[in-house]
Write a protein that binds this ligand. Structure first.
Ligand SMILES: Cc1ncc(C[n+]2csc(CCOP(=O)(O)OP(=O)(O)O)c2C)c(N)n1
Length: 639
């Protein structure tokens, strides 16, 4: 009989014995594989955390006790156990369950996450609020060993150790970030896991130290010192202890009984506690255990074999970027590549194989990645930082302060720019242009297709200062990838179609949607110009001015928030020029976060489709003053 069907909330778990909890773990795994094989999602992290989630909800009382999931991609089991199992078929779909914790979805989701390494800060904030109000509940942050490589996690550990508030940090250590985890801390955790000296019980060691005989005050002091240094050598987790945490572990993370015991102990311990739990990513589903990187975040697959359902179609922007980067690196020994824990996602694996010495995975540390690049550039190298748009948000100060102020030639290859889809609002790449456009001296480009991406990468590498190109997630347009990549003239747009009625300035692959819209409008007798804007900075002011004067109707298109984006740049330019009587429509994302859903569904909802463009053009033509009334200001008269 299914136990899972009888679980409507965490209180139901408290009635189960150990055997039943183990059965439930097996049922949860079956359900995870079945459901995620259809919707896609973060399978391996969730398979690894089944027992830990069961133990947490058995020992603690959510939602009174607060559990904060770092990144939040491993919260599926938590969602199933907190009344959302029935909705699981809608996971990551428009209007359905989110793949990340959402306060608006359930009182059991105490904090929204998506970007890594925030959980300890948020948990500490809640612990402070609890104590300020004199309330009593537990606050628990669950953080992976990958997320622990992020600077924010260290900042929070440092502060929490200082404050000595009651707080539980659970380190879910599976030796994996998305790829293998990296760095000194990962090596330290690995020693904790495997060295027999470290894995001796901490209690046992401490009691042994206490039993050392006290002989006279001087000797006692000496003994104390000795005890301290002994402790350093033999007490596991000394690093965390020195920060002010009580360290419990390492604990076998698939043993529910042991986990419950240790969590109960953590709940009784005063001050901050770190529980080091060792898990296997992908546990219990052989294809995911074998390739946890692939199953970290996966599209629909065949649950029987683990075969990813073939997508086919043109190569992705990511892979075209990765291949072109290798080609350029063959020619220029100064070229180096940097990723913050996303070698696969950013297409840098071929580069890392071809040039292992010139490739740097810095862990989940975007800020460090950018300043590291600045250092390399200051010392004569040509670094390319490949990063998702949403994660670059972390490192804007580093771009301004460490790169741009010194005019260092760092290339930002911004992947997953625009609508990313199923991961939802924490992952949409909708702010990069607005964040980068105000930065003096930075060249900002958007290719219309995968072939132009190649040209733009070469262009960026030629710039004697910072340059960025942003391109979308997923398959390219399917244009031929021919010939050598060629640098483009800086700040020059490309006029693709002439037209007298209005001019559409499109950015990125929306150029193709604009061409389709123009074709359909032509059938209705409306001649619309289509311009591939290419550069957000420097803006092609001549082309904008000339089409504004010729048509009096400008429509801008971007997969980005309109505020501060490309449309804003065009408006600012036209206002500064004093061009009167030009009707401008900016199509893009309004003042809202864009939720999860299939990209095609989201684009439909946002009107970023040929139909949406046709409507916008017609509305612009109807409402506008029109070309005949356009009166160029003195400044541009005669242009
Ligand atoms: C700031 C930031 N950078 C990158 C990512 C992408 N990312 C999501 S999960 C993950 C790895 C997390 O590893 P870990 O914390 O060990 O969790 P696991 O998946 O192994 O359970 C990365 C790099 C992110 N979510 N946030």
């Amino acid at each position: 009989m299914s136990l899972l069907a009888g679980i409507s909330g965490p209180e139901d778990l408290k009635k189960l014995n150990l055997k039943q909890l183990e059965q439930l773990a097996a049922e949860l795994r079956g359900e995870l594989v079945e459901k995620v094989s259809r919707t896609g999602g973060h399978l391996a992290p969730n398979l690894g955390i089944v027992e830990l989630t069961l133990a947490l909800h058995s020992v603690f009382n959510s939602p009174r006790d607060k559990i904060i999931w770092d990144v939040g991609h491993q919260s599926y089991v938590h969602k199933m156990l907190t009344g959302r199992r029935e909705q699981f078929a809608s996971l990551r779909q428009y209007g359905g369950l989110s793949g990340f914790p959402k306060r608006e979805e359930s009182p059991h989701d105490s904090f929204n996450t998506g970007h890594s390494s925030t959980s300890i800060s948020a948990a500490l904030g809640m612990a402070l609020a609890r104590d300020l109000r004199g309330e009593r509940y537990h606050v628990i942050a669950v953080i992976g060993d990958g997320a622990l490589t992020g600077g924010m996690a260290f900042e929070a550990l440092n502060h929490a150790g200082h404050l000595q508030k009651d707080l539980i940090v659970i380190l879910n250590d599976n030796e994996m970030s998305i790829s293998s985890n990296i760095g000194g801390l990962a090596a330290y955790l690995s020693r904790l896991r495997t060295d027999p000296m470290y894995s001796r019980g901490k209690e046992e060691l401490e009691s042994l130290l206490h039993r050392l005989p006290p002989i006279g005050p001087k000797v006692l002091r000496l003994m104390d010192r000795l005890k301290d240094s002994l402790k350093y050598l033999v007490v596991p987790g000394m690093f965390f202890e020195e920060l002010g945490f009580t360290y419990l572990g390492p604990i076998e993370g698939h043993n529910i009984g042991r986990l419950k015991e240790v969590l109960q102990r953590a709940a009784r311990t005063k001050g901050p506690v770190l529980v080091h739990v060792v898990t296997t990513k992908g546990k219990g589903y052989p294809p995911a255990e074998k390739d946890p990187g692939l199953f970290h975040g996966i599209g629909p697959f065949d649950p029987a074999t683990g075969e990813v359902l073939a997508k086919g179609g043109p190569p992705t922007y990511t892979s075209v970027f990765g291949a072109e980067l290798v080609r350029q690196a063959e020619k220029d020994p100064r070229l180096v590549a940097i990723t913050a824990a996303m070698p696969d996602g950013t297409g840098l694996v071929p580069f890392s194989r071809r040039f292992p010495q010139r490739f740097f995975d810095v862990g989940i540390a975007e800020q460090h990645a950018v300043t590291l690049a600045a250092g390399l550039a200051a010392a004569g190298y040509r670094p390319v930082v490949a990063v998702y748009s949403t994660f670059l948000q972390r490192a804007i100060d580093q771009v301004i302060h460490d790169v741009a102020l010194q005019r260092l030639p760092v290339v930002l290859a911004i992947d997953r720019a625009g609508i990313v889809g199923e991961d939802g609002e924490t992952h949409q790449g909708l702010f990069d242009l607005a964040l980068l456009r105000p930065i003096p001296g930075l060249v900002l480009m958007v290719p219309k297709d995968e072939q132009e991406l190649r040209h733009m990468l070469v262009t960026a590498l030629k710039v004697e200062g910072p340059a960025a190109l942003r391109y979308p997630r997923g398959a390219g347009v399917g244009v031929p990838l021919e010939g050598e990549a060629q640098p483009l003239p800086l700040g020059r747009a490309e006029v693709l179609r002439e037209g007298k009625e209005a001019a559409v300035f499109a950015l990125g692959p929306l150029v193709y949607a604009a061409l389709e819209a123009a074709e359909r409008l032509a059938q209705e007798g409306l001649q619309i110009a289509v311009i591939n804007a290419r550069f957000v900075k420097p803006l092609d002011s001549e082309v904008i001015r000339s089409w504004a004067m010729r048509t009096g109707h400008i429509i801008t298109l971007e997969e980005h928030v309109v505020a501060g984006g490309f449309g804003s740049a065009v408006l600012e330019f036209l206002a500064a020029e004093g061009l009167k009587g030009v009707t401008v429509t900016c199509l893009g994302v309004g003042d809202n976060f864009v939720p999860h859903g299939r990209p095609s569904v989201l684009r439909q909802a946002l009107n970023l489709t040929p139909e949406g463009i046709i409507q916008a053009v017609k509305a612009n033509l109807e409402s506008g003053a029109g070309a005949k009334k356009a009166r160029p200001s003195k400044a541009v008269a005669g242009v």
